[in-house]
Design a protein around this ligand. Structure first.
Ligand code: GDP
Ligand code: MG
Length: 193
């Protein structure tokens, strides 16, 4: 049988947005409520089956802390795909995601497939309604406390992703919603020729 095609994927995004949790959900179908922060980077692999091929994803899960920023190029250089994650309940995390995307577009492989992923959908799923207005000065700024509110509207992020030609998915590493879709969509978009 043909060797599976090996693909390097890098996860980028602000600390605590759920990068490691997304990978853990995708690879082991698990979730940990208090996941310990990643130091440096972690490496996991998982296969993705497409119609007529199997891809082996080599997934590099990076640490989000700024003190590790200088290491990032090591991980995204030669990557065929990048999954850039933000937390839909933390506005600052989308700004950080946009900065990563700019850096990738300047410095990574020009054909890199980029997915923008809005995570923690479970925190807002109950009263989530796209018609609802999102108050800019809401008391909950995504800090501590249980009552999280959405700070990034789906359509805001989707419009940005569309403009730059990125894949866009909202996910919950906790419930599993959208997680397989992220990696499958990335795999489908790769030019394997
Ligand atoms: P990373 O720093 O981006 O790798 O983020 P982690 O995966 O370490 O997650 C940070 C925290 O957010 C941990 O306490 C996770 O349990 C939590 N978390 C991650 N993803 C989700 C999610 O989809 N929903 C909820 N409710 N919590 C999440
Ligand atoms: Mg991590």
């Amino acid at each position: 049988p043909a060797k599976p095609i090996q693909i390097k994927v890098v996860l980028l995004g602000e600390a605590a947005v759920g990068k490691s949790s997304l990978v853990l959900r995708f690879v082991n179908d698990e979730f940990q409520e208090n996941k310990e922060p990643t130091i440096g980077a972690a490496f996991l692999t998982q296969k993705v089956r497409l119609d007529d091929s199997v891809l082996k994803l080599d997934i590099w899960d990076t640490a989000g802390q700024e003190r590790f920023h200088s290491l990032a190029p090591m991980y995204y250089r030669n990557a065929q795909a990048a999954v850039v994650v933000y937390d839909i309940t933390r506005a600052s995390s989308l700004d950080r995601a946009k900065a990563w995307i700019k850096e990738l577009q300047r410095q990574a492989n020009p054909n890199i497939v980029i997915a923008l992923v809005g995570n923690k959908l479970d925190l807002v799923a109950e009263n989530d309604n796209e018609e609802e207005e999102i108050s800019e000065d809401h008391e909950d700024n995504g800090g501590d406390g249980d009552g999280k509110t959405r700070q990034i509207a789906t359509e805001t992020a989707r419009a940005y992703a569309d403009e730059l030609g990125l894949l866009f998915v909202e996910t919950s590493a906790k419930s599993g919603q959208g997680v397989v879709e992220v990696f499958t969509e990335v795999a489908k978009k790769l030019d394997l020729s």
